[in-house]
Ligand binder design. Structure first.
Ligand SMILES: C[S@@+](CC[C@H](N)C(=O)[O-])C[C@H]1O[C@@H](n2cnc3c(N)ncnc32)[C@H](O)[C@@H]1O
Length: 285
């Protein structure tokens, strides 16, 4: 009976179902989903383990579990994701921001002292707006523009900026990379789609079923977006400006070749916490 189902019992039942289904982090997922359904902070789950779920809460737990068993990520079920300590709402057109992308935020913020005073930042393929908004949250003198081809992503990023109180310094616009832009920026950041089409079969169902494919795939070799956006970004950089690109773990040489061909001087490679090359930077002028 639903009203006899306790918080602790629900966590255990979901953990068992998720384990049997082969999910990667069954207990963690169970705790987060039961906590959300019961409106409890995860830290309070143990203290409230004997509390019975209301009928409504039990229905919500069941519905969340059914979605997770179809491989929908917890962040999509709950509709938001923490990135750089900030809360971002997701929608069907936005990539679920990845912790590795914090490497790009960190690399951009490491340049703050080199770019004193008011500065302009362009984020190409902004999705939720997570990169630009995370940078602006720690760079008060900077303002920025985020571009995405997906109108629903632009809506989501605009909403996230408002929720984070960053609207006055962040604008978002629909567009194809730099088409139609005339302004020059001090920093251009981008995490473009970079998975090769041939790798689709190896992706987890959590990713391939729920992240929007235009946010994932970069053509046959994964480099298609870089081929378009690198030459497009060059005339949009100020003299002495910096381009910072997130890349796939094996793409540093390929992307640096494209940078050189477009007249950039590759400057550094930045590693993520797993030791993989995650960001390349290049200077113009
Ligand atoms: C890998 S996702 C990155 C999203 C977000 N910046 C993040 O790091 O979570 C790539 C984004 O590029 C956008 N995109 C793909 N092709 C584009 C294009 N030609 N012009 C502008 N945006 C594009 C996708 O819609 C998607 O939001």
């Amino acid at each position: 009976m639903a009203h006899d189902w306790t918080i602790g019992g629900a966590v255990n039942d979901l953990t068992k179902e998720f384990t049997e289904a082969g999910l990667d982090t069954p207990r963690l997922d169970a705790r987060i989903l039961v906590g959300a359904a019961g409106n409890l902070e995860p830290s309070l789950l143990f203290a409230r383990a004997d509390r019975a779920l209301s009928a409504e809460e039990a229905t919500t737990v069941r519905a969340f579990a059914a979605r997770r068993l179809k491989h929908e990520p917890v962040s999509r079920i709950l509709g938001h994701r923490e990135f750089w300590g900030l809360d971002f709402k997701l929608n069907a057109a936005t990539l679920d921001p990845r912790p590795d992308t914090e490497t790009l935020v960190s690399a951009a913020l490491a340049r703050k002292a080199q770019y004193p005073g008011p500065r302009r930042i362009l984020d190409l393929g902004t999705g939720t707006g997570c990169i630009l908004l995370a940078i602006l949250s720690e760079w008060p003198e900077a303002t920025g523009l985020g571009i995405d081809r997906a109108p629903q992503a632009v809506e989501g990023a605009t909403d996230n900026a408002a929720r984070l109180g960053l609207t006055p310094r962040a604008a978002f616009r629909e567009g194809n990379w730099c088409d139609g832009l005339e302004e020059r920026f001090d920093l251009i950041v981008s995490n473009p789609p970079y998975i090769a089409l041939g790798e689709a079969a190896a992706l987890s169902p959590d990713v391939v079923r729920f992240d929007p494919h235009p946010a994932l795939f970069g053509g046959e070799d994964g480099l298609e977006a870089y081929r378009a956006l690198i030459p497009a970004a060059k005339p949009r950089l100020q003299e002495g400006g910096l381009l910072l690109l997130e890349i796939g773990a094996t793409q540093a040489e390929g992307v640096e070749s494209l940078l050189v061909a477009a007249g950039f001087a590759p400057e550094s490679r930045v590693f993520d916490l797993g030791g993989k090359t995650r960001v390349v930077t290049a200077r113009f002028g």
